[in-house]
Design a protein around this ligand. Sequence first.
Ligand SMILES: Nc1ncnc2c1ncn2[C@@H]1O[C@H](COP(=O)(O)OP(=O)(O)OP(=O)(O)O)[C@@H](O)[C@H]1O
Ligand SMILES: [Mg+2]
Length: 893
Amino acid sequence: MDSNNVYSDQVIAELIEMGFEFSAVTEAIEVVGPSLDDAIEFILNGPHRTSRGASSNSKCSTSTGKALGKTALISSHSLDQMRQSSITEHLQPVGRSKRIRTNSVYNAVSPYGSEMLSGHLEEQVLSFSGEGCNLKAASELSALPVCCQQELEIGKDWVQRVNSLLHKHFGILSLKSFQKEALSAWLAHQDCLVLAATGSGKSLCFQVPALLTGKVVVVISPLISLMHDQCLKLAKHGVSACFLGSGQPDSSVEQKAMSGMYEIIYVCPETVLRLIKPLQRLAENRGIALFAIDEVHCVSKWGHDFRPDYRRLSVLRENFSASSLKFLEFDIPIMALTATATIRVREDILHSLCMSKETKIVLTSFFRSNLRFSVKHSRTSSPSSYEKDLSELIDVYTKSKVGEKKQKIFSQDLDDASDDSTSSADRSLSEADRMSPSDVENNGDGYSGENDDEANSSQENGSAASKQRQMSVEYLENEVDLFQSVDDWDVSCGEFSGQPPTEHTFGSSETLDPSMKLDERLTLLKGPLEQGPTIIYVPTRKETLNIAKYLCRCGVKAAAYNAKLPKSHLRRVHKEFHDNALQVVVATIAFGMGIDKLNVRRIIHYGWPQSLEAYYQEAGRAGRDGKLADCILYANLSRVPTLLPSQRSEDQTKQAYKMLSDCFRYGMNTTCCRAKTLVEYFGEDFCHQSCILCDVCVNGPPEKQNLKAEADTFMHVIAAHYGKSSFVDDLYDDVIYSAVEQQRFMNKPNLRMLVSRIREQFQKFAATDLLWWRGLARIMEDKGYIREGDDRIHVQIKFPKPTKLGLEFLQSTTEQTFDVYPQADMLLSTRNPKSYSTFSEWGKGWADPEIRRQRLERRRSQRKPRKRKSRKHQPNMKTVRGRLAAKLSIQKR
Ligand SMILES: Nc1ncnc2c1ncn2[C@@H]1O[C@H](COP(=O)(O)OP(=O)(O)OP(=O)(O)O)[C@@H](O)[C@H]1O
Ligand SMILES: [Mg+2]
């Protein structure tokens, strides 16, 4: 360390403490050298120079390479607060003398004035004496022709330089081509929309600019948990970062961030909207290299995770353009990134964020070659289905520990938190884990414990805790986590100093290469799954608790995660999940956006997801190490899924139904490779023949069936009701319907009514159930023979109406065959032919004339004479029985 620099720093510190403006101080030192008196003289009497616009570029280019040292920041806030204002546990202060850096970080006029700076320098700024990664990074970068974005040329060798930097600090061998593209766009001052698969490495696209320029990168992100994970990771690789949630009881982190003390600032949309002015000052002083909007699908109402505040981020383009800020030569580029955006969502993003017309779209394949997709039928949500569906999973995690005591559930008793027996992770968080009254109110437990005694005591302990649990379960009943607020944890901000990078942990060479030959991949992929945790996604909070408890009882280390559980619990689950202390997390969608844990081996969806976007994003959390991973959807294939309750506009409701319908069709599909279905859903041409892994690829499609007779009948019955066919009209003459029903049916027959007519009128179809016809209706719809006759969108076609093509089909020569692959619900229906023993089937049995006749006869013979005056005289015309009775009485007369 240059002693001159240290001395200069001391002088600068003193001058700032005296209240002089920072830019004036540094200018003075540059001119007169590190002499306190001379500097004061210069500042007071020397030529007036404004710091504004003193070309942040030139400052940056000289200073960054010189001294981007490390700074550790100590916050006076500790973890013992019930609600933390910041996370400081990751800071590693080194007990060195305080100093001030001479780099561009401090070459800033603090937006909070010199008071703030001096206060913090005195109290809170310690130095790493340049041993951190940034210093190294910066000195390496000094080899670059220039370090400022504006001046960095897109020469051939910038990629190599970035690669060697990445290799050294992140253990990554080279940039991927989409990362190169995104960075080229940024270097050319262009806005950029990056659409790349989950886990493909989008974060690097916005992290590199911070390393390259010494300017700040501002990343807008939707969840504290996500921001926290990314900051922590960056710190491990020597990059200082902080995050700012929406609640901000401790403003010191924010102040430091706005004065340019972190290379990357993660911020939620609400907060970025509030910080426009300070950010403009930051742009003027240290400089902002880039605004990155991560998980940008949240912008769009047509996406699966709309956040209204994301939509207001158009202010970034308005407030950080060269036309609105004189000191900028170019607009500060916006880089928007997501793994799940349909074409409509993409357009909405570009439009809503007012991204420039020249925005570069970087589009990579959404295909994840190591994910094995499958769909299984399950009734879900009952303990008997848990037993059936989860037994394999339980075996995976419990086989190796036969004889061990079963895991027990423990309640989150406050007293237990300080128990000696708690794990080290528990201990470190115990104080912070104390629940606020609202936490207690919402406590739903569902956490698995390592410690049996703890579990027993809490179970025996009993009444209060169990009552609490019971209450919370009731409270949680039927609630869903459709919208997760940004503050998903009990911290609202955090700061992370970059630590010298240790051994590289990623860039594994064992990962699967999508360009591998098919047979090579097949052999590799047919092996067993490696060890690693599982995430089970369920639609309701209540089910997170139920399944987590069930798994715990079976000996699995499992925890529930939903937005209504105490936030301290959620943070703990995150931590233990990342530390491999948990085997299974059972969660609502509240868990995991952007989770970058390499070894997640299974993502299980237990119940229908609400959209394929959400499904693919959640599934994408599996197998980030590139090794084989399972993505299994357990869904009740006999039920049409319903929308989970949420506030939606009319348009949004339509869209939500459309998305749910696409999801339903994904489950019903029996012929198309699942990976292909998924990537094509996002508008990509799937350039492989198949994924070779999914259940459809492995099992092959079901046998084709000639359903000509069924299709003809179906079309005739529909067409008849729209006056397009005379084929069946006369068949109904002998059935008496109430005027209302007839009217309703004539206007718009729904599928159920049509099917009951088919069964009534066509003996050979009397036993085929609605489930089967439902599948056929979808096939006919896909072929364009029928369409939805209702104004509203339905998940499954509800009011089939013939199309022109359908009528042509009807009139076509009857000799042709109609060979189709049955869909999942049709197979299910034929696999489990139902006797008319269940109540609903019993009801359906009335549609069959023969069954009806037998039943009526049986009833008549069994019936004791009863007084049923009113019925006798007024048959209920709404029921089949009533109508029949009426008919019979007419015939009698
Ligand atoms: N060029 C690269 N070579 C090898 N590994 C890389 C490269 N770039 C990123 N990675 C690794 O890929 C993993 C996933 O990165 P990241 O979290 O950025 O994914 P993502 O695309 O943002 O995923 P998501 O859509 O889920 O947020 C990280 O562990 C990262 O280290
Ligand atoms: Mg990401």
